[in-house]
Structures are given as structure tokens and as C-alpha cells.
Write a protein that binds this ligand. Structure first.
Ligand SMILES: Cc1cc2nc3c(=O)[nH]c(=O)nc-3n(C[C@H](O)[C@H](O)[C@H](O)COP(=O)(O)O)c2cc1C
Ligand code: SF4
Length: 456
């Protein structure tokens, strides 16, 4: 099968069997079926589904929910790791805030990432339940699932689940007899990576061009249509029901003594591994453990480098496989957890070609607002193309380093540019010799076959 709806069967699949996944240790995936089929409303209800909504909406205040989420210290699973509870507490500022919006970020366009898709396609009611609880905490009047446009199957499954939830009284007026009203819809994006940035997403939702907004004001204070708006990742929201049922201490101990960050995490691996897929594991699991679950590197190749969580994270080396993959530790090696889905690079793969490919993606997806991102990223592509063709000029590597530094944290309006810079900076640092091999000319000598301006 080809076309937009095509998906390789082995992606978006949890590769642990049902007897390895238990409610106490695998809050995100214990209900999933081994054959990857949908967990429908009846199956979900039979396995504690909507119990948290029933209890919390009738017995807790919104502030209680926020306090519990703060205590659990759930780091956002969209990549930045910001505390969900802290974010939610922003909607309380000023006391009498108007009812606003809850947005689930399901844009999932990070290269190498396919975790949210699993949750949406196989267990949509967990996301819906998590969103009802988040909406209750933040007094949101309406919710949107901002979904990557190519996720046609996710849209179909979510639409059906929303209809069922509405008919069963879990959405709409007076949910579970609590007096709380809330409903939501799926909103499909038109296929831009920048729409995943939370303020660009809000602009896109409003029908505007998807440029990030200046912060402050933060969306929690003034977001969609000027109302308090909470944006959270799919996986973050899916953690909520179990935290409210079992408590923050239970959530914290899920990661044991691996890390200070609590909870479990959907980790995964793709690229040249024997079993690409996903596993729900304790937060702080190492790359080594994940690669073992992925059956090791394919065809007896040798690992050269790996990205821990998507294209916008920094390259790590084989010696970093023992680092706990949490919100802190990869940072000490110039990388970050990102989405937690590993991409492996083997010895026979060219770092120069790989970087040219990645920077082409980042250059194309820039919204064009800030100079280092709009003009700097296409420049990196031109330099990388020249080096890849063996026609690099002396000084090109230093220029690449400068262009990456110009895109560093806080130098641009949003985190797209730092995300593009991190793999480039780490690739140059760890694999400089590969880039040097493509330098063949002294500075100022013209290319034999100049690369046309605007060719990227
Ligand atoms: C260029 C760019 C793309 C992003 N794409 C996504 C995405 O697809 N999904 C996502 O959840 N977060 C994405 N983010 C992060 C969001 O801006 C935001 O931090 C996140 O949705 C907040 O949710 P969380 O706190 O639950 O992680 C992206 C950020 C940037 C800069
Ligand atoms: S960093 Fe790039 S994507 Fe982000 S606002 Fe600036 S130009 Fe746009």
C-alpha cells in the first residue's frame, strides 16, 4: 500500500506482551491489546476507564488536581520537560480568570517520533479522559486535539471515540453528574513542523499563519482567542488519570532509583535496529537497555552515534549508552531527552550526508521570522552540500559552527532554531574529521559547479 495512509506495521507498535505490562507499572499501555487492535469504550470501561473522571469531578476541586500534578512533577512529554502542574497553575493567576481552552498537541512531526500515534490509534479514551481531567483543573470550556494532518487513521479513531464518549455522557453538559461542562473536537493540521510549537499552534488554530507568538504573555494567561489556554502533549495528558487515582508517590516510585524524574515513559527506537518499535519503561532507562529491547543494530553493523529523542536533539556516542535518559542527564553531554525515541547511526553512514538531510528539513520548516533561522539554516545546507560533494572551502566548518551558535538558546523567537543547531553542533564536535574530508579548496576559490542560491 502506498500514499498518505501508508504505515509500516512495525511502527506505532508496543513490543512488550500483555503479561509484561501491568496497571501498577505501565499506566500508559497496560490496557493495550497484543495484536495492536483498538481498545474500545467497553474494554476501556472494564479496565478502570473513566473512574478518575467520575471520582475527581465529583469529589475534588480544580486546585486539588493542580496540586496533585505539581506534586507528581510530571515533566511535559512533548520534548521540553516543563512541569505540567506548574503550567496548569498559571491559569489560576488573577483569581477570576475567564473559562479558556485546552489544546492537546498531537502534531508529532519530530523526525523519528511515533509515540503519540500509538496512544491515539489504540487507546483514544485514555487521552480523552486525561483531557477531561486537565480541562476540569484549568476550567477550560472547550478542547482541541491539534492533530498531524497525515495521521488519517488517528483522526478516524479519535472522532469515533469522541462520539462514543459524548453519547455515554463523558463529554458535554454535566459530565458524570458533576455539573462540569466540557466538549472537544479533533482539528487536523496542514502539515508544518512549526505548528507543533505551542504558540504557532494556537495561531494556526485561530486560522492565522503559524508563526510563534512572543512570550509573555504565556498561553496559560492569554492564548487562543485571548483566553487562558493550556497546551500539553498527548503522552503528558495520558499520564493524568493514573496519577489522580494512585497518587504522586506511586508515580514517583515508578522510576525507582534511576533518576529524580518520576513516572514511566514511552521510549522507542528506529533506524538500523532489528526491532523498531515502542516500549513503556521507567523514566531514566538507558539507551543500552532500549537498544537491547530493539534487538541490537541490524546486519552486525557498528553503532557510531545516536539521537536520543528526535532530530532536534544532540548526537550522543556509544559511550553515552549508559546515561539515564531523563530530563537532566543527556544535557550534560550537550543533548536532551526530547521525545525519547532513539535514532541510531551506524559506522557506514555519513554524518555529513545525514546532517545535510536534517538541516534541509529544518531550513524548509522555518517560519522565517528570525534572521539566524530563516537565512542561517539554508546557508548551513549550502555549506553541507558543498562538503558532501567534496567541494568544501577552508573556513566552511568554522562558518557552520558560527551559524549553529547564532541559532543557540534564547537568540531566536522560538526553539526551532536551537533544535536545528543542537544536532549540527554535536555532529561537528564529535565527527569533525568527516567534515574535514570534504574540504578541498582554499578560501575564495569558486565552486566548479556553483550551488544556485535558493536551491534548498
Ligand atoms: C519546532 C517545534 C515543534 C514542536 N513540535 C511538537 C509536537 O509535535 N508535539 C508536542 O507535544 N510538542 C511539540 N513542541 C513543543 C511544544 O512547543 C510544547 O512545549 C509542548 O506541546 C508542551 O506540552 P508538554 O508540556 O506536555 O510537553 C514543539 C516545539 C517546537 C519548537
Ligand atoms: S526560530 Fe525559526 S521557526 Fe522559530 S520563530 Fe524564529 S524563524 Fe520562526
Amino acid at each position: 500500500m502506498t500514499g498518505r495512509n501508508h504505515r509500516p506495521v512495525y511502527y506505532s507498535r508496543i513490543l512488550q506482551s500483555a503479561n509484561e505490562r501491568r496497571a501498577e507499572t505501565h499506566p500508559l499501555t497496560w490496557r493495550l491489546n497484543d495484536d495492536g487492535s483498538l481498545v474500545g469504550l467497553q474494554d476501556y470501561l472494564a479496565k478502570e476507564g473513566y473512574r478518575a473522571v467520575k471520582t475527581v469531578l465529583n469529589e475534588w476541586s480544580g486546585q486539588d488536581v493542580i496540586a496533585a500534578m505539581k506534586e507528581a512533577n510530571v515533566g511535559g512529554r512533548g520534548g521540553a520537560g516543563f512541569s505540567a502542574g506548574l503550567k496548569w497553575s498559571l491559569t489560576l493567576q488573577g483569581g477570576d480568570m475567564p473559562r479558556g481552552y485546552l489544546v492537546c498537541n498531537a502534531d508529532e512531526m519530530e523526525p523519528g517520533t511515533f509515540k503519540d500515534r500509538l496512544l491515539m490509534e489504540q487507546q483514544p479514551h485514555l487521552l480523552i479522559e486525561g483531557m477531561i481531567l486537565a480541562a476540569y483543573a484549568n476550567n477550560s470550556k472547550f478542547g482541541y486535539i491539534f492533530l498531524r494532518g497525515e495521521y488519517v487513521e488517528s483522526a478516524r479513531v479519535l472522532d469515533q471515540a469522541l462520539r462514543q464518549a459524548r453519547e455515554a455522557g463523558w463529554l458535554g453538559d454535566n459530565i458524570a453528574g458533576s455539573g462540569f461542562d466540557f466538549d472537544m473536537v479533533v482539528h487536523t493540521g496542514a502539515g508544518r513542523y512549526i505548528c507543533g510549537e505551542e504558540t504557532a499552534l494556537i495561531n494556526s488554530l485561530e486560522g492565522k499563519r503559524a508563526n510563534p507568538r512572543a512570550k509573555p504573555p504565556f498561553p496559560g494567561q492569554s492564548g487562543a482567542w485571548g483566553k487562558p489556554t493550556v497546551v500539553n502533549n498527548v503522552e503528558t495528558l495520558c499520564n493524568t488519570p493514573a496519577i489522580l487515582l494512585y497518587g504522586s508517590d506511586w508515580y514517583q516510585q515508578l522510576s525507582g532509583d534511576r533518576t529524580d524524574d518520576g513516572g514511566s515513559k514511552l521510549y522507542g527506537a528506529s533506524g538500523l535496529v532489528n526491532r523498531p518499535g515502542l516500549w513503556e519503561l521507567p523514566m531514566g532507562t538507558t539507551g543500552e537497555e532500549i537498544l537491547e529491547l530493539a534487538g541490537g543494530i541490524r546486519n552486525n553493523r557498528t553503532l557510531k552515534a545516536w539521537l536520543p529523542g528526535g532530530a532536534s536533539t544532540g548526537f550522543l556516542l556509544p559511550q553515552h549508552l549508559t546515561i539515564p535518559l531523563d530530563f537532566k542527564n543527556p544535557g550534560s553531554e550537550g543533548s536532551r531527552l526530547g521525545t525519547g525515541l532513539l535514532t541510531v547511526v551506524t559506522e557506514d553512514q555519513s554524518m555529513v550526508s545525514l546532517m545535510r538531510n536534517l538541516e534541509q528539513f529544518f531550513a524548509r520548516e522555518s517560519c522565517g521570522w528570525c534572521t539566524p533561522c530563516r537565512d542561517g539554516l539554508p546557508w548551513t545546507v549550502k555549506l553541507l552540500q558543498a562538503i558532501e560533494n567534496g567541494e568544501g572551502e577552508e573556513g566552511d566548518i568554522e562558518m557552520l559552527e558560527k551559524l549553529a551558535a547564532d541559532c543557540g538558546p534564547s537568540l531566536t523567537f522560538c526553539a526551532h532554531a536551537p533544535g536545528a543547531a543542537m544536532p549540527l553542533e554535536t555532529a561537528l564536535r564529535h565527527f569533525r574529521a568527516e567534515f574535514e574530508q570534504g574540504i578541498s579548496r582554499p578560501r575564495g576559490v569558486a565552486h566548479a559547479d556553483p550551488i544556485p542560491v535558493g536551491s534548498v
